[in-house]
Design a protein around this ligand. Structure first.
Ligand code: FES
Ligand SMILES: [Fe+2]
Length: 442
């Protein structure tokens, strides 16, 4: 349980707030590279700031304030003109440094215009892992961490985007909550598939966490882990041997998925899942063209009923976070032994906010270019991602998938509802398997 003041500090992301300042020390994924290949302008809201992202002819990007300094219209309704972002209202234009580059009517008059008084804010961007990233903080910007997963070559990557009507921190807390997996996902699936006679999975006995340079390792002891084909169960792991990771500032990394909880504003989160579907180990390694990593927007609700979806692992998480309210009220919660990681996470974020207030770099900051190459992470069972899945295991999992209809098994089924059919076909083609009918769960 927290005081209302502390809850507010955890939740507010605007410029000048303690958490807003902490978050402005990190790079944030804002859009798939491929999306800006298909459209050259996209409105973006990040940390409460209205921005417009645009792609220049050389493939690089600009990120500037959304509203034109002339009379305030939305620049994202304009167009890219050469290297500059043109406002549609009266034609003023801005370069990716935020400088006004054109004021057509003013420049035709006797004053010759006043470009130097008409700039906008501009922010640096970078690309990595098929995503465009932005940095909104003070100079010098830290490096964008080059985590090893962006160089893995034994999986099929896709990017899934879903905007959630809730604050980012309650989503991030999920990354330090191993016990929810047993109930929200596995026992929930058991009830959904067999309401009259659900078969609950073995229970967690204990949980544990280990902090490292870039975040926290999750550990757990589970009573008699289940095995395939039933098994979707993450079994016992000791934190010293690696585990599921909760990374600064808001990433959950399991290996099968890397999930970013990007703060849009105080009450909205852009969930970006970088799904890595493992391939059989006899498929030759090869990294995907990062500018061509496919993306899709996953629905939050069922279009027929308007109800929030709970069919897939990711959707089950969304339903839990949205269910906590737009901003979780931590003044009324009742924490227990399952919440050891939640308490640790909050304490470390309060400490990190103090570090930033003192002018220090927060945890997870990378500034050494030599260290920022293929940063190794203590993931559990990493060889699966770096070397691929043994063909025999792969075939067993395929059979289990057909039989159970469960999603999220072994990293080669989608974590969210709404995956375009063509992606399953692409994956099956690369994996060298006959295409299977879609499982009857939606
Ligand atoms: S409002 Fe943008 S040019 Fe007038
Ligand atoms: Fe979950």
């Amino acid at each position: 349980m927290l005081s209302a003041k502390k809850n507010q500090i955890l939740s507010e992301v605007g410029s000048g707030t303690p958490m807003g300042e902490l978050l402005r020390r990190y790079w944030h994924p804002i859009a798939p590279v491929l999306e800006l290949g298909r459209r050259s302008v996209k409105p973006v809201k990040l940390l409460g700031e209205d921005l417009v992202l645009f792609r220049k002819p050389d493939g690089s990007h600009g990120l500037i304030s959304r509203h034109c300094p002339h009379r305030g219209t939305d620049l994202s309704t304009g167009w890219v003109d050469g290297d500059i972002m043109r406002c549609p209202y009266h034609g003023w234009a801005f370069d990716s440094e935020g400088r006004c580059a054109s004021q057509p009517f003013e420049e035709a008059g006797p004053s010759g215009g006043f470009r130097d008084k008409a700039g906008v804010s501009a922010y640096p961007t970078a690309t990595l892992g098929g995503l465009i990233w932005a940095y909104l903080g003070p100079d010098p910007a830290p490096l964008l961490p080059d985590f090893e997963l962006f160089s893995w070559g034994h999986g099929f990557v896709e990017i899934i985007m879903t905007e959630l009507p809730c604050n980012w921190f309650q989503c991030h807390e999920n990354g330090m909550d191993p016990v929810h997996f047993e109930w929200l996902h596995l026992n929930g699936n058991a009830v959904r598939s067999s309401p009259a006679d659900p078969e609950y999975v073995p229970t967690h006995l204990s949980i544990d966490f280990l902090e490292f340079e870039h975040g926290f390792v999750n550990g757990r002891v589970v009573e008699t882990p289940v095995v395939p084909p039933k098994g979707t169960y993450a079994g016992t792991n000791d934190v010293s041997e690696g585990g599921i990771l909760c990374l600064w500032p808001y990433t959950l990394a399991s290996g099968n998925t890397i999930e970013f909880r990007v703060p849009v504003d105080d009450r909205r989160t852009l969930n970006i899942t970088w799904q890595y579907s493992v391939l059989p180990d006899d498929v030759p390694a090869g990294k995907q063209d990062q500018d061509e990593i496919p993306f899709w927007y996953g629905p939050l609700t069922d279009p027929d009923t308007g109800e929030i979806l709970t069919s897939h692992t990711g959707n089950q998480d969304f339903s839990a976070w949205v269910g906590q309210g737009a901003v979780a009220d931590r003044t009324t919660e009742s924490l227990g032994r399952s919440d050891k990681g939640i308490t640790l996470l909050r304490r470390r974020y309060f400490e990190a906010m103090e570090q930033v207030a003192r002018g220090e770099d927060p945890p997870g900051t990378v500034r050494d270019p030599e260290a920022n190459v293929n940063i190794q992470l203590p993931l559990m069972g990493k060889s699966l991602y770096t070397e691929g899945m043994p063909r025999r295991v792969f075939e067993e999992k395929l059979a289990a998938r057909k039989e159970s209809g469960l999603f999220g098994i072994g990293g080669f089924l989608t974590v969210q509802a709404g995956r375009p059919d063509h992606l399953q076909k692409e994956y099956d083609d690369i994996a060298g398997v006959a295409q299977m009918p879609a499982a009857d769960v939606d």
